[in-house]
Design a protein around this ligand. Structure first.
Ligand code: FRU
Length: 492
């Protein structure tokens, strides 16, 4: 199926459903040459509603083919977030002749028969045909806890050292870990988090995986991602934190005994991200995708035919720096597939308070810039989308902060929270800074200092002639390199 999706604000190199509402990525798994992306989907409306699992597949993480809905509500309720794994050795006995197959583990959401109280229970479905059709397990649900109301979003993986399946589940303001030999019977292992990290909202969509620390030999750490919901009180709305620590198959031990909160992304529009399961060992990457929106205004953003898009797929890595071990992220290398013409500028001086402009001949652009000898107090990188609409990226040298201001970037009146400043801490390295920026029709993603800080943000500008403006305040700076690359649509 060739999709041509060209409506106003339609992302051209990010996944969005052809029509109707989408939120969290679900069931991300790689199997038989395909990356699967399931997602929270309401096929009836462009606002959140009865959840199904929508489905798309890709052979390269960039071009997506939307497939029919994979999981529909049933007698146990609507289908909330969850994960999928390859059951390589048929531990579940769902498959014949010890053939591998896909098993989805998701939350069924309904209410108790005799009250309005929400009931969330974990269920299974399996597929013998590469995720095209699914059979629900006849003994669903496989995991319930009637003492807990928020009991959802299972992320499951195989833990080779203990030869067990592990499930990490969001349980109110904590996560709970369970183990199983066969995906059907689950045993409590531990609970983590009631005294750690941010509790600005209820915890959702956890993930847990090991990663090597790149600049320390033979050091493996475990990363836990936890999204925190919007309670309407914070400036930022919903967002995702992470923890670094160790995991022995039962218990996660957090490295940060102090109050440190580590944010995955400093922009408002990267939520509920989880990583792909079963990436082949010879590839070895840990890749994730997030929902590019925020519960604060997700139901109000000004798209018509559909609502919701995913971030670019990103590769995660760990690095040890002066602050400790930190997560870095960068877009997957497959992004190369949509790169077209590049124009390169080198060794340019941006004089104090004297703006320099560059034309960008395309609506879809990647900007790679390296700045050095930053002698001023601040500098701005302004994306002029059209005559009136501009997004400003500002770096403050004294405060060491990178800020994105979308107050004048286009339509924002749908939410008072949309124009608030989004700020990331970022230190200069040898008086240098680099940024990789992706501009789609209705989003911007910034990866600063090789992925140390990411800012993901929706934008709704009118289209026009795009320009990039560089401005240095009270002092010069040098542009080492500036590359402007035209990107092409994934929908042709
Ligand atoms: C996160 C979330 C999940 C839940 C799903 C419902 O955005 O609230 O916790 O499973 O969305 O659509």
């Amino acid at each position: 199926m060739v999709q041509k999706l060209k409506e106003q604000y339609r992302p051209q190199f990010h996944f969005s459903p052809e029509e109707k509402w989408m939120n969290d990525p679900n069931g991300m798994v790689y199997f038989n040459g395909e990356y699967h992306l399931f997602y929270q989907y309401n096929p009836f409306d462009t606002i959140w509603g009865p959840m199904h699992w929508g489905h798309a597949v890709s052979k390269d993480l960039i071009h997506w083919e939307q497939l029919p809905i994979a999981l529909l509500p049933d007698e146990h309720g609507t289908i909330f977030s969850g994960s999928a794994v390859v059951d390589w050795h048929n531990s579940s006995c769902f498959f014949e002749d010890d053939q591998p197959g896909l098993v989805a583990i998701y939350t069924s959401n309904d209410t108790y028969p005799d009250s309005e109280r929400i009931r969330q229970r974990q269920c299974l479905a399996y597929s013998k045909d590469n995720g095209r059709t699914w059979v629900k397990y006849e003994k669903n649900p496989v995991l319930s806890d009637y003492t807990k109301t928020d009991f959802r979003d299972p992320k499951v993986f195989w833990h080779d050292a203990t030869k067990k399946w592990i499930m990490i589940l969001a349980t109110g303001q904590s996560v709970t870990i369970y183990t199983s030999p066969n995906l059907k019977e689950w045993e409590f292992a531990s609970e983590f988090g009631s005294n750690a990290g941010s509790h600005a909202g209820f915890w959702e969509c956890p993930d847990l995986f090991p990663l090597a620390v790149e600049n320390e030999e033979n050091k493996i750490k475990w990363v836990m991602l936890v999204s925190i919901g919007d309670t309407g009180t914070s400036k930022e709305g919903s967002r995702t934190q992470y923890f670094i620590g160790d995991f022995d198959g039962k218990t996660f031990v957090n490295d940060h005994e102090d109050e440190t909160v580590l944010w995955l992304d400093y922009g408002m529009d990267n939520y509920a991200g989880v990583s792909w399961s079963d990436i082949p060992a010879k590839d070895g990457r840990r890749m994730y995708i997030g929902w590019m929106s925020n519960w604060r205004y997700a139901n109000q953003v000004p798209t018509k035919e559909w609502r919701g898009a995913m971030t670019l797929p990103r590769e995660l890595s760990l690095i040890s720096n002066e602050k400790g071990i930190r997560l870095l992220q960068k877009p997957v290398s497959e992004i190369n597939l949509i790169r077209r013409e590049t124009s390169v500028q080198q060794n340019l001086l941006v004089e104090s308070d004297n703006p320099v402009c560059f034309d960008m001949n395309n609506q879809l652009v990647e900007i790679n810039i390296e700045l050095e000898k930053i002698n001023g107090t601040k500098f701005d990188l302004i994306i002029q989308h059209s005559e009136f609409d501009r997004t400003e990226i500002r770096y403050n040298v004294l405060q060491e902060t990178l800020v994105i201001d979308r107050a004048n970037s286009g339509v924002h009146q749908f939410s008072a929270s949309f124009p608030v400043l989004q700020e990331a801490p970022l230190t200069l390295k040898n008086n240098k800074i680099n940024m990789q920026i992706f501009l789609d029709i209705s989003s911007i993603e910034i990866f600063a200092n090789d992925g140390e800080a990411a800012i993901t943000s929706l934008l709704y500008p009118s289209e026009g002639r795009k320009q990039l403006i560089l401005l240095s305040h009270i002092g010069n700076m040098k542009v080492n390199t500036l590359e402007l690359t035209e990107l092409c649509t994934i929908w042709d």
